[in-house]
Design a protein around this ligand. Structure first.
Ligand SMILES: *Cc1c(COP(=O)(O)O)cnc(C)c1O
Length: 390
């Protein structure tokens, strides 16, 4: 088996559309065919690359080849954003009357899909405590169709036992779909643990430069063919130039993750036990309640950590104001470090009730370490934490 650094550089070799070493951008909405038979074939080939860009595009095919190899799946489908990947996949797999299980600690968009969109179409949903695999099992009914997993979760970094949930889901004939955005296939490969489908906000680590919104879903062809048919209807197509940028970002994913992982653990260790901080949420910390599970299914722990301030909402907000290298921004996974205060960000989007239901403490900051020098980031966060006392 080739190594991961070779995979990201060469896994698209078979779908490279020309001899150009840096691939051309197929900035075209549509493609011509020489005769009726070729036209009919191009129109019906799942994730084909030369019919009409909503059906597929050479730039999509290159990204998909690399992601499928990274995740260890048969195929992958590229979408216009992470949310497009999730919504398209869920709509492809469920019908009115079905039941979907998700996690209590999960990305805000995933929670909204479960709480508001699906119920409008007669799909019932249940959110469970993902730290207990038994909670998933207890939630399964004879109408359960899909389990949405996310580990580590956003923004509490809670860990889900992927193998345990994948096993119980299979026993009940339920499909599992895991959000692997935080871990990336460098740190965790859910398909190896039995999860059926893996999706990403490729906006984050996969692209890595905060300049593209994109999504991807990877898995077996029989499921991805269905997702592709629905993608034709949701129309959440990634632009060819954005796919080209995403491929360029993927080429350095393992290199970048090494630094994100190193910065993440360095900051987690430095902030753990700081007097202004009540808790650091980072599964790489030896004292994290799920450290053993995390270590069994992850080879690194990423650059995102949750930091909970003793002074609550105001201390958290104040802390961000003192940071110099971390910018106040709602994203993660890029080369630059970003910080966000979920409680103040969500005030404009979620009801107080839903903020409380998410279990996110008011004094929690999500720090997303970029690839800057660890010493500079350490100085930044320790300086900002000390400034709180004065
Ligand atoms: C950002 C994010 C998403 C949503 O992805 P978009 O590309 O913004 O649509 C989903 N899951 C997680 C964990 C995320 O961080």
């Amino acid at each position: 088996m080739t190594g991961i650094n070779t995979t990201v550089v060469h896994a698209d070799r078979d779908v490279q559309p020309s001899n150009a070493v840096a691939p051309p951008i197929y900035q075209t909405a549509t493609f011509g065919a020489d005769d009726a038979a070729a036209f009919a074939h191009a129109a019906s080939e799942p994730r084909g690359k030369d019919f009409y860009t909503r059906f597929g595009n050479p730039n999509h095919a290159q990204v998909a080849a690399v992601v499928a190899e990274l995740e260890g799946t048969e195929a992958a489908l590229v979408t216009a954003s992470g949310m497009a990947a999730l919504t398209t996949t869920v709509l492809a797999l469920v019908s009115a009357g079905d039941h979907v299980i998700g996690q209590k600690s999960t990305y805000g968009g995933t929670a909204s899909l479960l709480l508001t969109l699906l119920p409008r179409f007669g799909v019932t949903t249940t959110q469970v405590d993902q730290t207990d695999p038994g909670a998933f099992e207890r939630a399964v009914t004879d109408r359960s169709r899909l389990i949405l997993l996310e580990t580590p979760s956003n923004p509490l970094l809670q860990v889900t036992d992927l193998r345990a949930v994948a096993d119980l889901a299979r026993a009940h004939g339920v499909i599992t779909l895991a959000d692997n955005t935080f871990a990336t296939p460098v740190n965790q490969r859910p398909a190896d643990l039995g999860v059926d489908l893996v999706w990403h906000s490729a906006t984050k680590y996969l692209n890595g430069h905060s300049d593209v919104l994109a999504g991807v879903v990877a898995g077996p062809e029989r499921l991805l063919d269905k997702v592709w048919e629905t993608a034709l209807l949701t129309g959440a197509t990634l632009g060819p130039f954005d796919a080209w940028l995403l491929l360029r970002g993927l080429r350095t994913l393992p290199l970048r993750m090494q630094v994100h992982n190193a910065n993440g653990i360095a900051l987690a260790n430095a902030l753990d036990n700081h007097p202004a901080i009540t808790r650091v949420h980072y599964p790489g910390l030896a004292g994290h309640p799920q450290h053993a599970l995390a270590s069994s299914q992850m080879s690194g722990f990423g650059g995102v950590l949750g930091v909970e301030f003793a002074g609550g909402f105001h201390a958290a907000d104040d802390f961000i104001g003192h940071l110099r290298h971390f910018r106040r921004s709602a994203s993660l996974g890029g080369v630059e470090s970003l910080a966000v205060h979920p409680a103040s960000m969500w005030r404009g989007m979620l009801s107080e009730e839903n903020i409380a239901a998410s279990g996110v403490p008011l004094g929690l900051i999500r720090l997303a370490c970029g690839i800057e020098d660890a010493n500079d980031l350490l100085e930044d966060v320790l300086g900002a934490a000390s400034a709180l006392d004065s």
